[in-house]
Design a protein around this ligand. Structure first.
Ligand SMILES: NC(=O)c1ccc[n+]([C@@H]2O[C@H](COP(=O)([O-])OP(=O)(O)OC[C@H]3O[C@@H](n4cnc5c(N)ncnc54)[C@H](O)[C@@H]3O)[C@@H](O)[C@H]2O)c1
Length: 314
């Protein structure tokens, strides 16, 4: 049994990770300020003696002893939420990374950073390989998230070089699944909820911009495998599903799966919206023996089911 801390553990991805780690028999401390997370996401864990929830903001230091591993996920991830208080977002990324790295230093824990494909910005290299440095606007409305995450990667590398902290960096591409918020503007949940309500499905731009969508279970498998690699392998490593779909194709699939009467409506593209995003996962295949197994249609079926049962309120 390991002692594992998950910051952001009450969020969408974090709650699936906590569940997986508890199921493996580990003791899990879930640190979260519930900004975009919810106690409902961890309700099924709360009576488990292996699980501990601490309401804490990672902007401030957190002290505990005897930690084996830290997964650092705390950070709002959807544009609506990370732009709501941009200064808070960058503080969460940067101060959160410093505080979690400080804790790793004190406890000698291994620490994994949940970084993002936004590191690559509006990429001119396609598909994106880890060696690509990205094309990021440092002064735009998305910069609080993108640059905050880039700075966090820098901090991880510097703590590793200067203090020999054992680090792992993963770059997560567009992920969807149960426990996403129904109204946070992320494309898959947006479309599914709009379709279930038979309301208009909003496409930004022409809809020919492409994305690759990863189901959350695949991501969790990749995260745990990454944490368990030998100390010498620190990444960064891309975790995403390389199958590419246009936004229009996604909307059509959702309409077909839900049997919705929704119509498509087109709105202008938001600022700095990348035109293409697709991970190169050669490194993850080689080092983690990992690749996604859940294809879009299967994943969409599961999230449609989830919103039908739990989140969709007419
Ligand atoms: N979902 C994706 O497609 C995706 C893609 C790339 C990277 N990521 C990264 O994965 C991580 C989890 O994302 P998610 O999709 O689960 O989002 P989420 O918003 O559901 O989860 C983030 C969690 O962090 C918590 N949090 C936010 N600020 C905090 C603070 N200051 N102190 C403590 N807790 C705080 C929130 O309450 C929430 O529970 C994030 O770091 C995100 O950047 C997600």
């Amino acid at each position: 049994m390991k002692n594992i801390l998950v910051s952001g553990g009450a969020g969408f991805i974090g709650s699936h990770l906590c569940t997986r780690l508890i199921n493996e028999g580990h003791h899990v401390i879930c640190l979260d300020n519930l900004f975009t997370g919810a106690e409902a996401n961890i309700e099924h864990l709360k009576d488990n003696p292996l699980f501990e929830f601490v309401n804490h903001d990672v902007e401030f230091p957190y002290h505990t002893e005897d930690l084996d591993e830290i997964y650092n996920l705390a950070c709002p991830a959807s544009p609506i939420h990370y732009q709501y208080d941009a200064i808070k977002t960058i503080k969460t990324s940067v101060l959160g990374a410093i505080n979690m790295l400080g804790l790793a230093k004190k406890t000698n824990a291994k620490i994994l950073q949940a970084s993002t494909s936004e590191i690559y910005g509006d990429p001119v290299v396609h598909p994106q390989v880890e060696s690509y440095w990205g094309n990021v606007n440092p002064i735009g409305p998305r910069s609080c998230y993108d640059e905050g995450k880039r700075c966090a990667e820098t901090l991880f590398m510097d703590y590793h070089r200067q203090n020999n902290i054992r680090i792992k960096i993963i770059r997560i591409f567009n992920t969807y699944g149960s426990r996403m918020l129904p109204n946070d503007g992320r494309v898959v949940s947006n479309f599914v909820v709009q379709a279930l309500k038979n309301s208009d499905i909003t496409i930004y731009g022409t809809g020919d911009q492409t994305r690759s969508f990863q189901y959350v279970d695949d991501l969790i498998e990749g995260m745990v495998r990454m944490m368990n690699t030998e100390d010498e392998f620190i990444g960064p490593v891309n975790l995403g599903n390389p199958n590419e779909f246009s936004i229009l194709e996604l909307a059509e699939k959702v309409i077909q799966l839900t049997g919705s009467k929704s119509k498509l409506v087109f709105k202008p593209l938001p600022h700095d919206d990348p035109k293409q995003r697709q991970p190169d996962i050669t490194l993850a295949k080689e080092k983690l023996n990992w690749q996604p197994t859940i294809e879009l249609e299967d994943g969409l079926r599961r999230i449609v089911e989830y919103f039908r049962e739990y989140r969709y309120i007419d």
